[in-house]
Design a protein around this ligand. Structure first.
Ligand code: NAD
Length: 425
């Protein structure tokens, strides 16, 4: 049993880290991730089994985006992925970087390629330190559909027809017909694929129940009538499988004894008022994008939020991709390039690395059951817990980054060096 396993990890031991996909991005978060892997991971683990993919704009351009397809393939095959933030180039960046075209978001390609169900975003808490929310806030963002995959065009006056052609050969019908009378219009078509909402519901309600927090479902269905189906699926899964357990745990008292629906604009206000935390929200893709950024601000910094994509391989195996919720932190990168001090909070990035390493170890132990893989799993879990404690203690001792500790806080490099020192003791 695991209690008999020696799970200690020592400097220079070179434990073989289980295979995972490591996706590199650019700018400040790439620079910081390199420092972290060099100072916090490589002294303890041999990472030769990590498969590396460089998703910088330049590498995507040089390979005509083959590198993105390769990364998606490797992610499906291995099932555990760590991803640094990447740049989705703006028109200006396409010019500045001399790219051959404006590459689309790699995140969208991954969410589709891995049959993305949900992007789970949760607040990170450090015991003894008050951040924005006192207790956990969980968010489940539908990983696919909506505005992100929209087809659109700029058109003049005329008629726009959106026609549905059923696969089963039934008669086509017009979903929408509208007369355009302006000289300048943007027309947009998108859809919300709803097959995996039931699965999102199970993941969400299970997570809320385990963490003893109250779930809410957020849509704008009062006005956007087509969103009713999201709520209906969530509510029916809740009623059938979870309501009794939530009631028993006393978790529905704050929401009037039932699963409550919140209109998305009302949710923006509650997120600012409910600073005690202790709740979860599930929403469509774009609402989830906006609301989780708001949570990040209320909770002090985007560095204190996790972001995990859960998808499913065609054979049913869960694929998990772990990333930070924030971007490449361009402003600090420009400061760094100008020789100024920076202070990047790496907690979201490192929670992602921890999540990916733990999931990789779990998959290895499941797929190749042996004493060896159980030992590696125990060591990975032990070490990553120690790493988390070392990071939190560094914050607790007033040596955190400046988003938390103010101007006296540590620089990006000093914080990493301090945690590395603490790990060696
Ligand atoms: P950003 O999240 O990088 O930064 C927003 C603001 O928050 C900045 O002021 C930044 O300094 C601060 N911030 C973010 N994370 C921080 C941290 N860990 N510690 C301290 N401060 C932090 O968003 P942006 O500036 O809008 O975008 C920059 C680039 O990132 C863009 O090119 C965009 O395409 C990309 N981006 C990528 C992803 C992703 O890969 N998942 C997500 C969002 C943005």
């Amino acid at each position: 049993t695991s209690t008999e396993i020696d799970d200690s990890v020592t400097l220079g031991e070179g434990i073989k880290a289980p295979p995972m996909v490591y996706i590199a991005g650019e700018e400040m978060t790439h620079y910081t991730s390199n420092l972290i892997v060099d100072q916090w991971i490589k002294p303890y683990f041999n990472v030769d089994a990590w498969e590396h993919f460089d998703l910088s704009c330049k590498a995507r351009d040089d390979s005509d985006d083959k590198v993105l397809h390769d990364a998606v393939e490797a992610g499906s095959r291995i099932g555990a992925i760590f991803k640094e933030p990447t740049i989705t180039p703006s028109t200006l960046q396409v010019k500045e970087m001399g790219l051959s075209k404006a590459f689309g978001s790699p995140n969208g390609a991954m969410r589709r390629g891995w049959n993305g169900i949900t992007i789970s975003r949760d607040t990170i808490h450090i015991e003894g330190i008050e951040l924005g929310y006192k207790n956990p806030v969980f968010f489940e963002r539908h990983a696919v559909g909506g505005e992100y995959g929209a087809g659109w065009n700029e058109v003049g006056q005329g008629t726009l027809l959106t026609t549905y052609l059923p696969d089963d050969g039934a008669s086509p019908f017009v979903v929408d017909k509208r007369d355009l009378t302006d000289d300048h219009n943007v027309v947009v078509v998108y859809h919300n694929p709803y097959d995996n909402v039931a699965e999102l519901a199970h993941l969400f309600f299970k997570r809320c129940l385990d963490a003893e927090i109250t779930p809410y479902v957020v849509t704008k269905k009062t006005v956007f009538k087509w969103q009713e189906g999201f709520w209906e699926t969530m509510k029916s899964i809740f009623d059938e499988h979870y309501k009794a357990d939530f009631e028993k745990a006393g978790l529905l008292e704050r929401s009037g004894g039932d699963l409550q629906h919140l209109i998305s604009d009302a949710a923006t206000m509650q997120l600012i008022r409910w600073t005690d935390g202790g709740f979860g929200m599930a929403a469509h893709n774009y609402d989830g994008d906006m609301l989780t950024d708001q949570i990040a601000q209320v909770h002090r910094s985007p560095g204190f939020i996790t972001s995990n994509l859960v998808g499913r391989r065609d054979d049913g195996t869960l694929i998990k991709e772990f990333e930070a919720s924030h971007g490449t932190v361009s402003d600090l990168w420009h400061d760094h390039l100008a020789g100024k001090e920076t202070s990047l909070n790496p907690l979201g990035l490192v929670e992602a690395m921890i999540g990916a390493m733990q999931h990789a170890a779990t998959l290895q132990a499941e797929n190749n059951p042996s004493d060896e893989s159980e030992i590696v799993k125990a060591k990975v879990f032990n070490y990553t817990e120690t790493l988390r404690t070392a990071m939190h203690n560094t914050f607790r001792y007033g040596q955190g980054t400046r988003d938390m500790s103010g101007p006296s806080g540590f620089t990006t490099e000093d914080y990493i060096a301090k945690v590395a020192w603490r790990l060696q003791r």
